[in-house]
Design a protein around this ligand. Structure first.
Ligand code: FA5
Length: 347
């Protein structure tokens, strides 16, 4: 029995030393298996039970279990210590120095075209308009014919066109969206839409002309629409874009798709009408074309012109922005000079 006790004490010391010597969880698992596992040293000692006199068996069993518990306690202590050390190391490694200066992220600027379009959209959505879209590759029929511009009509010269085939083209204005909307409404529903978008013309690029530019189309159709509604709407747009207190004036003009047609001038925001270089001394700045929708256009898209009336307008967005901000060259919008773009950053 003495022998066995000594053996037990020796195992206890060995195991304690082994546990104390481990540095990783893997090593600890090995040591645990070696002493406490099913085939481990302490279970091996249990097997000596059969050689022990009956009277001493309970004491021996208890002694082995005590050692098992002791070693098991050491293993758990060590596991806890190793796990804590791993967490501590991770925390130390990932520690954030809150006193370091933050990273400088470059914040983009929304393009001035986008800003102006959204500004006008916000205003008109508030007045009950819906925003529509149409394709940039359009049919000749929608872009011209249904707008009262049959083939060979001299007014087609006003919009020099990029043709794709004989019957398809890059739209020269946003007015074909009028046609699309009227056709989609089946000729018997009121309409109140705007359509911002890109348009294309075979114009030579210079300071005020671009082969690609933006327009915002407006179309209102119902049974009582009048020129007075058109004027009120355009005045609201002028005040939105150029600031409160603007006045507008309508001058007779010609578009094949409107009758009567008007050019719209706004009183100069720079000199308040007294004359300056922006308004070329006149006190007025031309901002868009508009008019009452021509009966032929209503009829061509299924609306009964004896019952329905409409007004429409088409804004050239770059020209509007140029007037508002005193920009001299339309090409500045598209040459991606960040110094130009950043000027319009909203703070
Ligand atoms: C039209 O395009 C008509 N569809 C506008 C309209 C709609 C009138 C509804 C009546 C009712 P116009 O060709 O004038 O009209 O063009 C409208 C605006 O687009 C011009 O006032 C101008 O601001 C702008 N614009 C025309 N050509 C160019 C160009 N090459 N580069 C930049 N802007 C242009």
């Amino acid at each position: 029995m003495m022998d066995v006790k000594q053996q037990l004490e020796q195992v206890k010391q060995e195991a304690t030393k082994a546990v104390a010597g481990v540095t990783t969880l893997v090593e600890l698992a090995d040591v645990k298996a070696k002493y406490l596992g099913r085939k481990g040293t302490l279970n091996g000692l249990m097997r000596l039970m059969k050689d022990i006199p009956d009277a001493e068996k309970p004491a021996f069993g208890k002694a082995v279990n005590d050692v098992k518990q002791f070693v098991s306690g050491k293993v758990e202590e060590t596991r806890h210590a190793i796990e804590q050390a791993i967490i501590d190391a991770k925390l130390a490694k990932e520690r954030i120095d809150v006193t370091l200066p933050g990273k400088q992220f470059t914040v983009g600027t929304r393009h001035i075209m986008t800003q102006i379009v959204e500004e006008i959209e916000d205003l008109l959505i508030g007045m009950g308009y819906q925003v529509m879209e149409g394709p940039e590759v359009e049919t000749d029929e929608n872009n011209f014919e249904k707008l009262n511009l049959p083939k060979d009509h001299p007014a087609r010269d006003m919009q020099d066109t990029f043709y794709i085939t004989e019957d398809t083209l890059l739209r020269t204005h946003t007015s074909p969206v009028q046609v699309r909307t009227m056709l989609a409404n089946g000729g018997n529903k009121p309409i109140k839409i705007i359509c911002p978008g890109k348009v294309y013309r075979r114009d030579d690029d210079d300071a005020t002309h671009s082969h690609q530019f933006m327009q915002i189309e407006g179309l209102v159709v119902d049974e009582t629409t009048s020129m007075a509604d058109l004027k009120g709407t355009l005045l609201a747009i002028a005040n939105q874009v150029f600031g409160e207190g603007r006045d507008i004036r309508l001058r007779p003009s010609f578009f094949p798709f409107t009758e009567p047609s008007v050019e719209v001038d706004v009183s100069c925001h720079n000199c308040n009408g007294s004359g300056c270089n922006i308004c070329k001394g006149t006190g007025w700045i031309e901002i868009l074309g508009a008019g009452m929708v021509h009966n032929n256009v209503l009829e061509a898209s299924g609306y009964d012109s004896t019952k329905y009336r409409g007004f429409a307008f088409g804004i050239g967005v770059e020209r509007l922005a140029m007037l508002k901000y005193g920009i001299n060259d339309i090409r500045d919008f598209y040459t991606n000079d960040m110094r130009f773009n950043r000027q319009f950053r909203k703070r």
